[in-house]
Design a protein around this ligand. Structure first.
Ligand code: 2BA
Length: 111
């Protein structure tokens, strides 16, 4: 069994959860925040049998879109963002489709 940890954009979450549920996968949704943009995103935990992993990855790939975002958050500007008297400037980044980690599961129990 594998645990898929998928960090996705909030805009894609509802469709992705619906698609996963429709295909019979269990999903847990966590509200999370990206360290770089300091903006909300969503982390999904999906436990899946090994033979279904590619199907889950396919659904994630199909649903999650790349989007451009502009930020002036200090974390995105390095030391420039924190220097007194220096004005911040916008930085454009491409976010997504999805950041996915796949972990092997030692044990899965429901007690
Ligand atoms: P954030 O950390 O808010 O990052 C949003 C986007 O900013 C990233 O999109 C990437 O395009 C850009 N970015 C991040 N760090 C950067 C840096 N040091 N320099 C320049 N640009 C940078 P994605 O790569 O699609 O990541 C989307 C979200 O996935 C991230 O939001 C974070 O919450 C998560 N993530 C990405 N890589 C991760 C990792 N290695 N470990 C844990 N979470 C990760």
């Amino acid at each position: 069994m594998k645990l898929v940890i998928a960090i996705v954009q909030d805009e894609d979450t509802s469709r992705l959860v619906n698609q996963l549920m429709k295909n019979g996968y269990g999903v847990t949704k966590l509200a999370t925040t990206g360290g770089f943009l300091r903006a909300g995103n969503t982390t999904l935990l999906i436990g899946v049998n090994d033979d279904k992993l590619q199907c889950v990855m396919g659904i994630i790939e199909q649903v999650c879109k790349c989007r451009k975002q502009t930020t002036t958050a200090p974390s995105a500007l390095g030391s420039m963002g924190t220097m007194p008297g220096m004005s911040s400037y916008p930085v454009e980044v491409t976010v997504g489709g999805a950041t996915v980690f796949v972990l092997s599961v030692d044990q899965f129990v429901k007690l």
